[in-house]
Design a protein around this ligand. Structure first.
Ligand SMILES: [Fe+2]
Length: 295
């Protein structure tokens, strides 16, 4: 196994080669898990897998989330979140179909499942069919943003922000990014959940901002004042560190740590290009507001 680190200053984003998840030795699994915790995002090259292979590998990291209803496809396992403009009959979906519009919401910076009471740890995304152009995924380091926060002139110090709780919602983020696409029954099933604004990673003990597009407002603050703070932090995350663009090849897996990293999908021509991505998502253990914060 060979691990190449892309951004040394941030210790961010690594590429792993000479390794096959279908013949996984315990020692290799430990190296992979350590690489994700150290570098936030890892790309595993040349992994020709099916859903069963992906689920079996992913379960080694912990229990998996079930896909949300808009991310399911008839005939595939419930652990698979399908991000795709191709339907169950292998046809392209219409540009105005609910799923295509819903998936466009992924083009805003976000952390997967931050709208769940117990947010996810890792996302494990595999490319099954990719467009010739576009359709990449971009990553940015919310830990580096926190660690460089004090070097710049911000209104609030990290100590001021340490104990802030925000509320996140996918209904809110999709409303902002794609319009009002959910029915009332779905909205009732997906209420706001509370998350810490700053989370400390349980293994590295280093902290990161936990925001992204699902983060709506600050508990106990005026809504607009809270949204201004969240926008300032989101802007700083993008400005402070390197945005790493991953252009997919076939048969790749990217794993990232949602507690440290924000990501977004990028544009592709949905009217003619097919894109099929399958994600498994490793569930967290606790609501983030129960985690201790170390600054
Ligand atoms: Fe995502």
């Amino acid at each position: 196994m060979n691990i190449e680190l892309k951004n040394k200053e941030q210790e961010f984003f690594a590429i792993v080669t000479d390794f096959d998840i279908k013949n996984l030795q315990d020692a290799d699994f430990i190296k992979i898990k350590e690489a994700i915790e150290k570098y936030g995002v890892i790309v595993l090259k040349n992994q020709n897998i099916n859903d069963d292979d992906q689920i079996k590998f992913s379960e080694k990291f912990g229990a998996l989330e079930k896909a949300l209803e808009h991310d399911r496809l008839k005939g595939i396992r419930s652990e698979i979140t399908r991000i795709s403009n191709v339907d169950e009959n292998n046809n392209l979906l219409a540009l105005d179909s609910e799923k295509v519009i819903y998936d466009r919401g992924n083009r805003s910076w976000h952390s997967d499942s931050s709208y769940k009471d117990i947010p996810s740890k890792f996302s494990i995304l595999s490319s099954r069919e990719i467009p010739n152009e576009g359709g990449g995924t971009e990553y940015i380091d919310a830990r580096y943003a926190l660690e460089t926060w004090n070097k710049n002139n911000h209104k609030y110090s990290l100590n001021d922000l340490k104990d802030i709780i925000c509320e996140h919602s996918i209904v809110y983020s999709r409303m902002v990014n794609t319009g009002d696409i959910f029915d009332n029954a779905y909205k009732e099933k997906m209420p706001f959940v509370k998350q810490r604004l700053i989370r400390t990673h349980p293994y590295t003990k280093r902290s990161a901002f936990y925001v992204g597009s699902h983060c709506s407002h600050v508990v106990g603050w005026d809504i607009e004042k809270g949204r201004k703070l969240i926008k300032d932090i989101n802007d700083w995350i993008i400005k402070s560190g390197e945005i790493i663009h991953h252009q997919w090849n076939n048969n790749e897996i990217v794993i990232w740590d949602n507690r440290r990293v924000l990501h977004r999908g990028t544009y592709f021509d949905e009217s003619s290009a097919r894109r099929i991505m399958h994600r498994t998502t490793v569930a967290g253990d606790f609501p983030s507001y129960k985690e201790p914060v170390i600054l």
